[in-house]
Write a protein that binds this ligand. Structure first.
Ligand SMILES: [Zn+2]
Length: 229
């Protein structure tokens, strides 16, 4: 149990958090703020390699995520290990997320934007939706989960939500000093992609676009929602 967590990141698969928020996570960690990762699925369907087994892939992807988190200075990484492509908007998943929120008491919870239009991985949509519900009202509501109260997990009011992958950006954060760490963290996900020069250039363009109109060079962008205490 920790009282000092600033940012809790809820990622559908291992690697989504690196694309969405790794630069910001590294920057906050450098500033001495605590960051915790929660990875919802085991990612065991994230390969077209027919010689790879789901069990081996899931185990390898956990190692990749832990290596990435270490580079970024993430304090702790929790694996919920739901089956890949099977996230559902259900009570079990919502309570699992509430448990993490009540345990770590973050100021900010970040996740994928569930309201991104048209093409969006189903796990990303469900993850964003259920995380938003877990933050409000379930995590802050005493009667919501008697089971969590029995576990000693009191209600907690998250103050901000940041959604990455959003069509409706209202927050751009400077990652100019940590974009190299983000790239190093992305390089850990070797089962998912080859982080070559072409991908690096594409990510640089994306980070530049996410800083458009700001005073900094590279950014990550979000839809931010502020919540009352
Ligand atoms: Zn994903």
């Amino acid at each position: 149990m920790s009282d000092g967590v600033y940012l809790l990141v809820v990622s559908p698969h291992p690697d989504d958090c690196e694309f969405g928020i790794a630069g910001t996570a590294a920057r906050l960690a450098k500033e001495g703020k605590q960051v915790v990762y929660v990875i919802c699925t085991n990612g065991d369907k994230g390969s077209d390699d027919r010689t790879m087994t789901p069990e081996k892939l899931a185990a390898t992807r956990e190692k990749e995520e832990l290596a990435a988190a270490k580079i970024l200075g993430v304090k702790e990484t929790i694996f919920l290990r739901y089956p890949d492509q099977q996230l559902e908007d259900c009570n079990e998943f919502r309570m699992d997320l509430c448990r993490q929120i009540r345990q770590y008491k973050p100021y900010v919870v970040a996740t994928t934007d569930p309201h991104r239009k048209y093409v969006w991985h189903r796990d990303h949509r469900i993850c964003g939706l259920v995380t938003a519900d877990a933050v409000y009202p379930y995590a802050r509501n005493f009667p919501a989960y008697p089971q969590l109260i029995k576990e000693g997990l009191e209600p907690h009011s998250v103050r901000e939500m940041w959604f990455w992958g959003s069509d409706d950006v209202n927050l751009k954060l400077d990652i100019s000093d940590t974009i190299d760490l983000k790239f190093q963290a992305l390089q850990c996900h070797k089962t998912q992609f080859n982080f070559n020069q072409q991908m690096r250039d594409r990510m640089l363009d994306f980070a530049r676009m996410n800083a458009k109109g700001e005073s900094f060079e590279y950014g990550e962008s979000f839809h931010r929602v502020e919540l009352r205490p």
